[in-house]
Design a binder for this molecule. Sequence first.
Ligand code: MG
Ligand code: MG
Length: 275
Amino acid sequence: MVKLKSNGQIDKIRESCRLLVATLGELREIVQPGITTRDIDQAARKIIKSFGGRPAFLGYMGFPAAICTSVNEEVIHGIPNKKRLKNGDIVSIDCGIEYDGFFSDSALTVPVGRIRPEIERLMRVTYESLILGIEAAKFGNRMNDISRAIFEHNRAEGYGIVHEYCGHGVGFEIHEEPQVPNYVGRGPNPRLKSGMVLAIEPMINLGGDDVDVLDDDWTVVTSDRSISAHFEHTIAITREGTEILTPWDSEDLPFQTEAKPEAGVNTDQNVTKTL
Ligand code: MG
Ligand code: MG
């Protein structure tokens, strides 16, 4: 069942999201060649604790870290480890926070040093598809409008689109109904209602669609071991408009893009600066 949120509850989720934006802002700053993903995880634990929040992923179904760090061909759910990041890698940092009983979820892919143009393009197109998906996430539209916007933008580039994992409702828990697929399938296609809070998260590959799970039972990798990018925002849909609740600074992304959220999508960047 989809649990709609009241304006007061969205206010609480926004607070959780504000801490998450500040956390991701600090984490992306420390990414550089030589650092390990465990270093990033340790920093995340400290930052979230200092804000009075709780890392929502830590212990979730047994996950052993505060963040997922997925490097290069790793798509999602990578477990932080002691391997050093190298110049030219990319690392997706995915984080969820519980604050005062309310949950937030956001991810971004960060370059390590200088990356190849084709990887930069993959990141740009993945990010643009997130913004297009959010623009389609309007009160009165349907789920497939989001899915189609994401799918078509990436397919036009010939990229692989992960089908096995998808976005989701969020707020009262880290994962709630409904599912937000990155492709149009035969599943449910609910109308988007006022009070829906969704995590939208395209996972896009330079190669094919298919993915495998490694022996650690967590790390999802592309089957052809091609590079994969992942961007995720928590958004709130109301009659008044759709708001990105996790508006981390998109000016710092390593690519130029025309994709700007259109009117009605509140990206109030000021929230990132008050913490
Ligand atoms: Mg996430
Ligand atoms: Mg998510």
